[in-house]
Design a protein around this ligand. Structure first.
Ligand SMILES: CC(C)(COP(=O)(O)OP(=O)(O)OC[C@H]1O[C@@H](n2cnc3c(N)ncnc32)[C@H](O)[C@@H]1OP(=O)(O)O)[C@@H](O)C(=O)NCCC(=O)NCCS
Length: 172
């Protein structure tokens, strides 16, 4: 079965909320450094997604969902820069695939969809950062992202301890 990637408007995102909450909780509880600490409660995930939905509704965030067998199993966000001097730039954020669906190409499919949409919007510079040494680094290197450098002690792992981050950019 191949995953299909689509862009969710706010109505579709609201319908996908339980799956999106589950993906975020699964990621954090699984040890991914994606902005949250353990113990991580689904209510905290829900509150964060509500904020994302507000950004989707306002056109500030483009939300991607990867669906497998009718279930949302992966997600990513493209966030165009808001600064007037960066109309050509965007951040890529919260690329997460549920642990039950990993290593089957869904991460790559999400990144390809992000690139397609970035080109469609004439975005020329994409930026992201990720925990140094994480599987996500392999994903980004496999999809043409250029490593910029490492910032030590940038964040914390969800179970504690400092975590370095590596910045990447891409011209899609
Ligand atoms: C990073 C993540 C999104 C990858 O998703 P995925 O669907 O498993 O990725 P894919 O199956 O498309 O794999 C793409 C490439 O990533 C690399 N990769 C994926 N999982 C890996 C792992 N566990 N170890 C090493 N490399 C891995 C491989 O290079 C792979 O390419 P290949 O299969 O041609 O060798 C997923 O592991 C995840 O959700 N992690 C937790 C959340 C997270 O850290 N997100 C990044 C936030 S910036």
């Amino acid at each position: 079965m191949t995953a299909a990637v689509s862009i969710l408007d706010v109505t579709a995102a609201r319908a996908a909320l339980p799956a999106l909450v589950d993906i975020l909780v699964d990621g954090v509880r699984g040890g991914a450094s994606i902005g949250f600490m353990n113990p991580f409660d689904p209510a905290e995930a829900r509150a964060w997604w509500d904020g994302v939905l507000a950004d989707v509704a306002a056109g500030r965030t483009i939300l991607f969902a990867a669906t497998l067998g009718g279930e949302v199993v992966g997600t990513a966000q493209l966030i165009p820069a808001s600064k007037p001097n960066q109309p050509h730039r965007a951040d890529v954020s919260k690329v997460i695939v549920h642990s039950r669906a990993r290593q089957t190409g869904i991460g790559k499919a999400l990144m390809a969809a992000v690139d397609d949409e970035a080109r469609r919007r004439d975005l020329k510079v994409l930026v992201l950062d990720t925990a140094t040494g994480s599987p996500a680094e392999n994903l980004y290197q496999a999809t043409g992202w250029q490593k910029v450098g490492v910032i030590p002690d940038y964040a914390l792992w969800p179970d504690g301890g400092f975590c370095a981050t590596t910045y990447y950019y891409k011209n899609p």
